[in-house]
Every structure is written in C-alpha cells, then in structure tokens.
Design a protein around this ligand. Structure first.
Ligand SMILES: NCc1[nH]cc(CCC(=O)O)c1CC(=O)O
Length: 305
C-alpha cells in the first residue's frame, strides 16, 4: 500500500510553520507525485503565554492537539521541535524520522552587550527555561533572571522594547527564521548544555499506520537519532520533563557516543555534571548511566526542589 496524500499537523508559530514546510519540501522531493499539505492548529502551549511552562504542566502541551488531529484522521503526521516532545511519547505514536541536527547551541541575544561577561552587574536577562536560568546563575549569580515566554518573534520584541539587557534563545530557531544576525554569542557545549534533543526536528505519526511510517522513515538521520536517544533516555531516567533544569549533549564519533549531562539548581546556580562514553549500540543505556552518575552526586534533591 502506498500513500497519495500526507497532511502535516503543525503549530502556527513562524518557527513551527518553517519546520513543517521544511519537512513538506523534503517529503515532496523524496516521493515524486506525493501530495503534501499543512494543517495549522493552535495548542494549549501556544495559548497560555502568561505563565512559565514549568507551572502549567510541561511539554505535552504543544503536542496534544496535533495528536488528536492524527487520531481523528485530520492529519497523518505532526512536525515538532524534538526538545518540545516529552521523554515518554503517548502510547500509539512513534517518531519515524528525526532530521539531521542544526546548531544545538543556545544564543546570547542582546542589543548592547557582546556576551554574558560584558553584562553590567545585576543586568536583567529574560528566559523562562529553568535549564538556562540555572546555567546563567552558575556563571553570573548577580543577574536578575526574568520570565520570558512566547514565540521567538515575541521574545525578540520584548528585548527590543527594553525589558531586558539580554535574552537567551536557541541558535537553531533563530537560524531557521533568518535571524542569524541576532546571535551575539553562542553558548555552546561542553561549557553550556542545550536541552535534550535541541535543534533536531522530529516527525511524529501513529504507530498503527505502516505505509505512513515507511514514507516518513526516508527522512531519518541515523547519527542524530543515536545522539538524541542518549540525551532523551538520560532525561527520562531523571524524571523527564521541562519542569526541571536538565541539559544534555551527546556527540557521535568513530569511537562511539559521548554523553554529557547536567542537573542544575536555579536558586543557587549549583550544577551537577556527569559524562560517559559507550558504543553506538548503547545509546539508551548510556543515558541511564549518566543519569545514575547524576543521582550519585545528589541530583534527586535538585530534581525534587
Ligand atoms: N521552546 C520553544 C522552542 N522549541 C524549539 C526551539 C528552537 C528550535 C530547536 O531546538 O529545534 C524553541 C525556541 C527557543 O528555545 O529559542
């Protein structure tokens, strides 16, 4: 059985639409004659903008409405930023494709200051991510950390309006939106860790639709899948949500996988860091191993804080 049409459920933000169009173009190129359409939808995560994600219940918020559309037969697939996909997928769904990763670094964005070190004492920095807050606190305990939600464009507007001296965003999102020049400084591994799965685009579909899964699997990048499997398995072992400050970065070399993981504490800026290596058949156990090493350093106390 082959599929004639694929409908892509997507959020309506500029970044989500760019990512869905990107997947649509790749699918059209891979399957000549295939009809590919976008189904833009609003999610709870997009509608509730006045509270940090950690308070309103975490990451599944961006997926629910897209998954309902697939269950009701209004779309065959959904496109997500992998870092917004919970460590545990909803039963009945799969990720048949993970695209090659873009720049996984975070971006220091400011109109007046070149990097973190250049910020004046007590400067206001906007980010609602606990992972970013903990790492900022660790290097600059004097900073005033302020919540900042909304899509990438809204966050940049709030910076430009003077609410903050600097904000932190993902390099990948800025690049996809043609905003590369807003990156003043890259906050990159190993000193600074991204979110598990950051900069990878994930394609989700129902696990009971083999023809769809097969059509989507051509977009999968094996190396990215290995790296993000290790990062996401670490996150899952740590309790797996965005309500805790967790960072992870896995590299793939000819010698195998190297995973570095971090659990942080926002109020003290204390960061626990652990790393380990494994062969490329062992991505999931590598994640578990680094999580165990973080627990051995006392991660449970920070995760329950
Ligand atoms: N939480 C929103 C979100 N989800 C994914 C990205 C960036 C793109 C990516 O990581 O693939 C962003 C924006 C940001 O953090 O600046």
């Amino acid at each position: 059985m082959t599929v004639a049409t694929l409908r892509i459920a997507t959020r309506k933000s500029a970044l989500a639409l760019w990512q869905a169009e990107h997947v649509a173009a790749l699918l059209r190129a891979a399957h000549p004659g295939l009809q590919v359409e976008l189904v833009p939808l609003s999610t709870r995560g997009d509608e509730i903008l006045d509270q940090p994600l950690a308070t309103i219940g975490g990451k599944g918020l961006f997926l629910k409405e897209l998954e309902v559309a697939m269950l009701e037969g209004r779309a065959e697939l959904a496109v997500h930023s992998l870092k917004d996909v919970p460590a545990e997928l909803e039963p009945g769904f799969a990720l048949p494709a993970i695209l090659p990763r873009a720049d996984a670094a975070d971006a220091f964005v400011s109109n007046d200051y070149a990097d973190l070190a250049a910020l004046p004492l007590g400067a206001r920095v906007g980010t609602s991510s606990l992972r970013r807050q903990a790492q900022l606190r660790a290097v600059r305990p004097d900073l005033e950390l302020l919540d900042l939600r909304g899509n990438v464009g809204t966050r940049l507007q709030k910076l430009d309006a003077g609410h903050y001296e600097a904000i932190v965003l993902a390099c990948a999102g800025l690049e996809r939106l043609g905003l590369h020049e807003r990156i003043r400084h890259r906050l990159a591994a190993p000193e600074w860790l991204p979110a598990p799965g950051q900069a990878a685009i994930a394609v989700e579909a129902r696990s009971d639709q083999p023809a769809v899964l097969e059509a989507l699997a051509v977009l999968d990048d094996a190396e990215t899948r290995l790296a993000v499997s290790a990062e996401r398995s670490m996150n899952r072992a740590l309790g797996g949500s965005c309500t805790v400050p967790v960072g992870a970065w896995c590299t793939v070399t000819e010698h195998g996988l190297h995973l570095r993981g971090m659990v942080g504490d926002v109020s003290s800026g204390r960061l626990l860091v652990a790393e380990a290596v494994a062969g490329d058949n062992d991505a999931v156990s590598l994640g578990d191993k680094v999580a165990d090493a973080l627990f051995a350093q006392g991660a449970a106390a920070l995760l329950n804080a």
